[in-house]
Design a protein around this ligand. Structure first.
Ligand SMILES: [Zn+2]
Length: 393
């Protein structure tokens, strides 16, 4: 269809044509004459260039043929922004570069043009130039909060955590709003780097600094717990796993097995049972039932009734899979030839569990299979947590 072919061109034309016409109408004098700047002929030329889908010539016309007054500067800014939003960052750069070099701009418009230019460079991935421009703006007291926020994002993307911490602290004092949760995450990133480099002492030190920034940082608590566990310091490890769970009970799936290991290593069965009891009270998860059933099985008792109770109270794939595993080994089930169907059902269930998202971001709903401390969807820190495992009808 011809209209479908033309459609992108129409989309391209409507915005700039509307912009230019709106600008031209706004500056018409009641007596019919134009203010200084565009003549009717020049305006006609610009419209022709835009309507012939030749934005480069239109940019050339804009940046050379007009005198800069507040309304033409506004036109530049709007067109430049539009180019950037359309992903045509090279054109946005040309428009804004030309604008900041013009004399006669009102001070506020010059600052706006510099801010737009910094955003163009950031979008184009020229981060050092973007950072310089944002830093200069913040130093000049213009666009301070968004500029400092952009600098923080630039260092975050470069994974330069010490600079990200510095930028977050500057942002914190400019905005008057705590950035401690984000700063704690940056320390955690550094702690994980140290752990990967097998520098346990430094990793512990950095994880503690993270916790100093944000006492409720679950990531720092889990890191400290794992670092202690790796060094066979089980009571300290258990203490930190428990604290992580208390701060955010959604992290039960992340701590239940490590806690079983730590309590088992110290022979503190009562401590583990107490934790499972608390976990049943504090969450709607079926995992404590599964863990209790495993403990019963270890002591030679039949866990089936307990699992059946769990399945009824908190139906979940995990408890159903364990239930089926025990069921398929029951002599009367085997005698009735039902063990194989039960096993097939369990296998299907396990495959389903493998393909089910295990985590969810509380801000944007992004549901990944693996844990991200910075959500890939909304870029927020510490908003992703294990998803609820209970099945609802
Ligand atoms: Zn998110």
């Amino acid at each position: 269809m011809r209209l479908a072919v033309l459609d992108p061109l129409f989309t391209w034309l409507l915005l700039p044509l509307g912009l230019v016409l709106g600008w031209a109408l706004a500056r018409r004098r009641p007596d019919g004459g134009d203010k200084a700047g565009f003549t009717g002929e020049q305006l006609g030329g610009l419209l022709t260039q835009l309507s012939s889908d030749d934005p480069d010539q239109a940019i050339a016309a804009l940046t050379t043929a007009t005198e800069i007054d507040p309304s033409t500067a506004e036109l530049h800014l709007t067109l430049g922004r539009m180019f950037r939003k359309r992903g045509e960052v090279d054109r946005a750069l040309r428009v804004h570069e030309a604008l900041v070099q013009r004399s006669g701009l009102a001070p506020q418009q010059l600052l706006q043009a510099r801010y737009e230019l910094a955003q163009d460079y950031m979008t184009a991935g020229v981060m050092d130039r973007a950072e310089q421009l944002f830093d200069k703006l913040a130093g000049d007291g213009a666009f301070v909060v968004p500029s400092l926020d952009a600098i923080r994002t630039i260092h975050e993307q470069a994974r330069d955590w010490p600079l990200a911490i510095e930028a977050a602290r500057r942002l914190q004092s400019a905005k008057g709003e705590s950035q401690r949760a984000a700063i704690a995450q940056y320390f955690c990133e550094m702690a994980e780097e140290a752990r990967r480099g097998r520098d346990t002492k430094e990793a512990l030190n950095l994880a503690r600094q993270a916790l100093d920034e944000d006492r409720s940082c679950v990531r720092a608590l889990l890191l400290l717990a794992q670092l202690h566990e790796a060094q066979a310091e089980y009571p300290a490890a258990a203490r930190h796993y428990l604290k992580a769970f208390e701060h955010d009970p959604r992290f039960l799936p992340e701590v239940i097995e490590p806690l079983q290991r730590c309590f088992s290593a110290t022979g503190d069965r009562d401590g583990y049972l107490l934790f499972l009891r608390d976990a049943k009270e504090m969450t709607s998860s079926s995992l404590p039932f599964v863990a209790e059933a495993r403990l019963l099985a270890e002591t030679g008792m039949d866990p089936l009734d307990h699992l059946a109770q769990g399945l009824e109270a908190r139906p979940s794939r995990a408890v159903l899979a364990d239930f089926l595993e025990i069921l398929e080994r029951q002599p009367n089930v085997v005698a009735a030839g039902l063990d194989k169907p039960a096993a097939s059902l369990r296998q299907a269930l396990l495959r389903l569990m493998e393909s089910t998202p295990r985590y969810q971001c509380s801000t944007c709903g992004f549901s990944p299979r693996q844990m991200f401390w910075q959500c890939p969807g909304c870029k927020q820190w510490g908003t992703t947590a294990p998803a609820d495992d209970v099945l609802r009808g």
